[in-house]
Write a protein that binds this ligand. Structure first.
Ligand SMILES: [Zn+2]
Length: 398
């Protein structure tokens, strides 16, 4: 670095600051809370956190006016690269038809027919929608291309928006091929084309998608190509997916709706994070995962949106928090921590989801005195400002 000094900004008058800093847990609990706080941002990083009365001077001063500031949400599970609309499918489901994974194939047809420019502008719109609601880090999966060309270009589109890109060629077996032939394609030419654009590899391990043995083979091939594994498992039925994730030591396994006692024990002993996606249960009218049981068993729990056109088309982490509190018996503090610090851990990141010196300056100013309002005022837009890597990217005039 060296050379010209970076611009510094002090955000002062923070009535309640969520730091998620473990060093502040003794006084501030799980969220490392500080009251009457200030944060100094230097360039793209946090330079100082502490009592407002002690805040050093800075080039720019922002007064939070007694409102709450939280770390930006880390949404560790989304499927933003797609084309087309499935609202009719949602309407049918809400009027009595059960959800099956078959609708994915409809999105695949529309995605293949879209141009790169159309896919890019659609992802840009969704990422902006997320940012306006306080999400500053997002993972984006492929999985609606299901051909060598369309998976690779889906990931190239996603890479323009995040480093956390995930190859999900193993989303569903496309029509007109066998699952054996398709697994060979996914682990062969498709993986080779996708790997340069991806950090992660994922498999939809479920009845009607890929079984445990296929998931194991696909994850192994990905690992051999330098990708890291994650898994969709136990969304619709009991099965061996969660235990496979734990056995392989994956950083996270996502959905975890139908869990046996053995699954919970495996999660607790492996340290694999259970990423819960309650917007899916809300949008498919399925029972919610047992977040309380997981937490009480010592499992680390993250929350993510699973934003996708079929089973859950919300981009709102605040909605996920409200559902986790109301429907899954997480405390408001546990839910916010799961949507920020543990979401970051589910991406094996420690530079986001925490507000402490040296961490990314990803902050959200709430139009509320406390983070509790995220669950207490469901459906209300509470984001008054967002800084991403130190830059103000959202500003509400309220
Ligand atoms: Zn998903």
């Amino acid at each position: 670095m060296g050379g010209a000094a970076m611009t510094t900004t002090v955000i002062t008058g923070i009535g309640e600051l969520v730091t998620n800093d473990p060093a502040r847990a003794e006084q501030g609990g799980l969220l490392g809370l500080l009251t009457d706080a200030a944060v100094v941002v230097e360039g793209s990083h946090v330079a100082w956190v502490g009592p407002a009365a002690d805040a050093p001077a800075a080039d720019v001063q922002v007064d939070a006016g007694g409102r709450a500031v939280i770390p930006g949400f880390v949404d560790s599970h989304s499927h933003l690269v797609f084309a087309g609309d499935r609202s009719a499918e949602f309407e049918a489901r809400m009027t009595g038809q059960p959800y099956t994974a078959g609708g994915i194939r409809r999105t695949v047809a529309r995605t293949r027919a879209a141009t790169d420019e159309q896919l890019t502008s659609h992802v840009a719109r969704l990422v902006a929608e997320m940012r306006a609601q306080g999400t500053t880090s997002v993972e984006i999966k492929s999985g609606y291309g299901l051909s060598v060309h369309d998976e690779a270009r889906s990931l190239a589109v996603a890479r323009q928006f995040t480093d956390e890109t995930t190859f999900l060629g193993a989303h569903v077996v496309p029509a007109d091929t066998t699952s054996e032939d398709y697994v060979a394609l996914v682990t062969g030419p498709m993986l080779a084309a996708a790997a340069p654009h991806a950090r992660w590899i994922d498999v939809f391990c479920e009845d009607g998608a890929f079984d445990v043995d296929q998931a194991r083979a696909i994850l192994q091939a990905g690992t051999d190509s330098g990708l890291r594994g994650r898994l969709h498992a136990n969304q619709l039925t009991y099965g061996g997916g969660v235990r496979l994730a734990c056995e392989l030591g994956l950083v996270a396994v996502d959905h975890c709706t139908y869990l046996s006692d053995a699954d919970v024990a495996a999660l607790a002993s492996s340290g694999t994070i259970a990423t819960l996606l309650p917007g899916v249960e809300f949008s498919t009218r399925h029972p919610y995962p047992d977040a309380r049981g997981l937490l009480d068993a010592g499992v680390r729990v993250a929350l993510a949106s699973d934003c996708n056109p079929g089973s859950c088309f919300t981009s709102s982490m605040a909605l996920c928090i409200a559902l986790a509190v109301r429907e899954m018996r997480m405390s408001p503090a546990e839910a916010l921590h799961a949507a920020t610090a543990t979401g970051a851990a589910a991406l094996d990141r420690d530079d986001v989801g925490v507000l402490a010196p040296g961490k990314a300056a990803d902050l959200v100013l709430l139009d509320a005195p406390s983070y509790v309002h995220l669950a207490y005022r469901p459906g209300v837009p509470l984001v008054a400002g967002v800084w991403q890597a130190g830059r103000p990217v959202v500003h509400s005039s309220r």
